[in-house]
Design a protein around this ligand. Structure first.
Ligand SMILES: Nc1nc2c(c(=O)[nH]1)N[C@H]1C(S)=C(S)[C@@H](COP(=O)(O)OP(=O)(O)OC[C@H]3O[C@@H](n4cnc5c(N)ncnc54)[C@H](O)[C@@H]3O)O[C@H]1N2
Ligand code: MOO
Length: 418
C-alpha cells in the first residue's frame, strides 16, 4: 500500500470498492433527485386529445382563407366549450365554436383563433353571437396535438436518468405514481474519541461536543443517503473493533471520525486491518491527510480524521462521490471553476491545500476568490460562511495575488454545466 496517494487516486479507489445499490419502488414524491432504476413508460397519450392552446374560437381554417381587413369573414357562434367539455356536433361552413384553453378541439374543427384578434359583431361572443375575422388562420393554429408530451407505451424516463421536479409532473401525467429508483445507501457514523460528549451536554474539563457526528450525518443525508449517528466510542481498540464490525454488518457504508492519525490512541487503521482489508491511510491533501479506507466483511469502512474541516473535506471530496456512485449517479464530482485569487499565499506545507474561501464576481465581472482568514482545520463555522474551496497545488511555490486558481463549488450540483 503506497504511504500517501493523491485525492484522485483516493476517490477512484473508494468508488471502485462500492457497488450500485438495488432498486426500490417508491411513491413519486420520494423520487425527487434520485436515479431511475428502470425505464418508465407512459400509460396513455399525453395529452389524450387535441385541445385549444388559447381562449378563442374553434374554426375550419379553410373558412378564413380569404379573410382580410378589407373583406373580413363573419361566422356564427353555435356552441361554447369550456375546459372539461367536448363538442361532438358538426360545424357547418359559416359557423364556429367558442372554446377555452385546455378544452378539447371539437371533432369538426381544425384550428383555434385567439379572441384578441376576433371582433364581436353581435351578442356577447358566446353561443348565438356573430364574430368577425380579419386575417386567415394557419391549419392547426393554437392546437396542441394529442401525444405531444408522450405516446402510450413510449419510454418517458430512461434508466440512469435523474428525476427532477419537472420530471415528477411528467411522470404523474403519464400515470406513473410509483417509480423504481436506486435505494439510498444506509450510512453509519461512528464518532471516536474519549474527549467527546453528545450535544447539548456541556463538556467537562478536557472534553468537547461531538460536532463531527452531526456534520458527517448531514453530509451523508445531503449526498442522498440515510444516516444513523451511532454512540460515541472511546479510544479503545477492542471497543472500536466491536462497533465497526457491528455497523459493517448492518449498514452499506461505515464512516468513523477521529483516531485516524498516528497518535497513541488512534485505532481506526489497526481495526480495519484486523477486521478486513486496509486499502488507504493517507491522502495528499490539507486539511485531511489522515484518511483511512478499507473493507470489513465486504462493507466499505472510511476513517475520517478528527479535525472538523479535515473530516468535512474527506467526506465531500472522497466519500460523497462513492455514495453517489452507489445511487447510480453518472456525475460524481463537484464542479470546479477558475477564479482570480485576491491575496498572495505562502506555502509552507507541500500538500495540496484546500482553502475554505468565498467566490464572487469582481467589479470587472470576472470571478474572484478570497480565502477565509482562519484556515484552522478545527473549525466548521468557517466552512458554513464559505461557498467554495480554493486549491493551492502541491509543492512549495507561493500562490500570488491575481493568479487563477481552481475552486471547487461545494454547494453546486455535480451535474451542472458551467
Ligand atoms: N504528530 C502528529 N500529530 C498530528 C498530525 C501529524 O501529522 N503528526 N496530524 C494532525 C492532523 S492534520 C489531523 S487532521 C489530526 C488527525 O488525527 P485524528 O484523526 O487521530 O484525530 P483526533 O486526534 O482524534 O482528533 C483531532 C481533533 O479533532 C477533534 N475531534 C475529534 N472528533 C471530534 C468530533 N466528533 N467532533 C468534534 N471534534 C472532534 C479532537 O478533539 C481533536 O482536537 O491529527 C493531527 N495530529
Ligand atoms: O489532516 Mo489535518 O487536516 O491537515 O487538520
Amino acid at each position: 500500500m503506497p504511504s500517501m496517494i493523491s485525492l484522485e487516486e483516493a476517490r477512484a479507489l473508494v468508488v471502485s470498492h462500492v457497488s450500485v445499490l438495488p432498486a426500490e419502488t417508491v411513491p413519486l414524491l420520494d423520487a425527487i433527485g434520485r436515479v431511475a432504476a428502470a425505464d418508465v413508460k407512459s400509460d396513455m397519450d399525453v395529452s389524450p386529445f387535441a385541445h385549444a392552446a388559447m381562449d378563442g374560437f374553434a374554426v375550419h381554417a379553410s373558412d378564413l382563407a380569404e379573410a382580410s381587413e378589407q373583406s373580413p369573414v363573419e361566422l356564427d357562434v353555435i356552441a361554447d366549450v369550456p375546459a372539461g367539455s367536448t363538442y361532438e356536433g358538426p360545424i357547418a361552413p359559416g359557423r364556429c365554436v367558442r372554446i377555452m384553453t385546455g378544452a378539447a378541439l371539437p371533432a369538426d374543427a381544425d384550428s383555434v383563433v385567439k379572441y384578441e384578434i376576433v371582433e364581436t359583431v353581435s351578442g356577447d361572443g358566446k353561443t348565438g353571437s356573430r364574430v368577425r375575422f380579419s386575417e386567415p388562420c394557419k391549419l392547426g393554429n393554437n392546437v396542441r396535438q394529442p401525444g405531444e408530451e408522450a405516446r402510450e407505451g413510449e419510454t418517458i424516463v430512461h434508466e440512469g436518468e435523474v428525476i427532477h421536479p419537472a420530471g415528477i409532473g411528467f411522470l404523474a401525467g403519464c400515470g406513473a405514481l410509483e417509480v423504481a429508483v436506486r435505494r439510498r445507501p444506509r450510512v453509519a457514523v461512528i464518532p471516536i474519541g474519549s474527549e467527546l460528549v453528545e450535544p447539548p451536554a456541556k463538556p467537562g474539563p478536557g472534553h468537547i461536543r461531538n460536532s463531527n457526528g452531526y456534520a458527517m450525518a448531514a453530509c451523508a443525508i445531503d449526498a442522498g443517503a440515510t444516516c444513523d449517528i451511532l454512540p460515541i466510542v472511546i479510544d479503545d481498540e477492542d471497543l472500536l473493533a466491536q462497533a465497526v464490525e457491528r455497523a459493517a454488518a448492518e449498514y452499506d457504508f461505515v464512516v468513523t471520525t477521529g483516531g485516524a492519525s498516528n497518535g497513541d490512541f488512534d485505532f481506526i487503521k489497526p481495526v480495519v486491518e484486523r477486521l478486513g482489508t486496509l486499502y488507504m491511510t493517507t491522502v495528499n491533501m490539507r486539511p485531511g491527510k489522515a484518511q483511512t479506507f478499507g473493507l470489513v466483511n465486504g462493507t466499505p469502512v472510511f476513517g475520517l480524521p478528527g479535525n472538523p474541516a479535515a473530516a468535512y473535506m474527506g467526506f465531500s471530496l472522497i466519500i460523497r462521490p462513492a455514495l453517489r456512485a452507489m445511487q447510480g449517479y453518472a456525475a460524481l464530482e463537484h464542479p470546479c471553476v477558475k477564479a482570480r485569487i485576491t491575496s498572495s499565499k505562502k506555502k509552507k506545507d507541500p500538500r495540496r491545500i484546500f482553502s475554505r474561501a468565498t467566490i464572487a464576481r469582481g467589479a470587472d465581472g470576472e470571478l474572484e476568490v478570497t480565502p477565509a482568514k482562519n484556515q484552522s482545520s478545527g473549525l466548521f463555522g468557517v466552512i458554513q460562511k464559505s461557498n467554495c474551496v480554493a486549491i493551492m497545488p502541491e509543492g512549495l511555490d507561493p500562490v500570488l495575488e491575481g493568479d487563477m486558481v481552481e475552486c471547487i463549488l461545494l454547494d453546486a450540483p455535480e451535474d451542472i454545466v458551467l
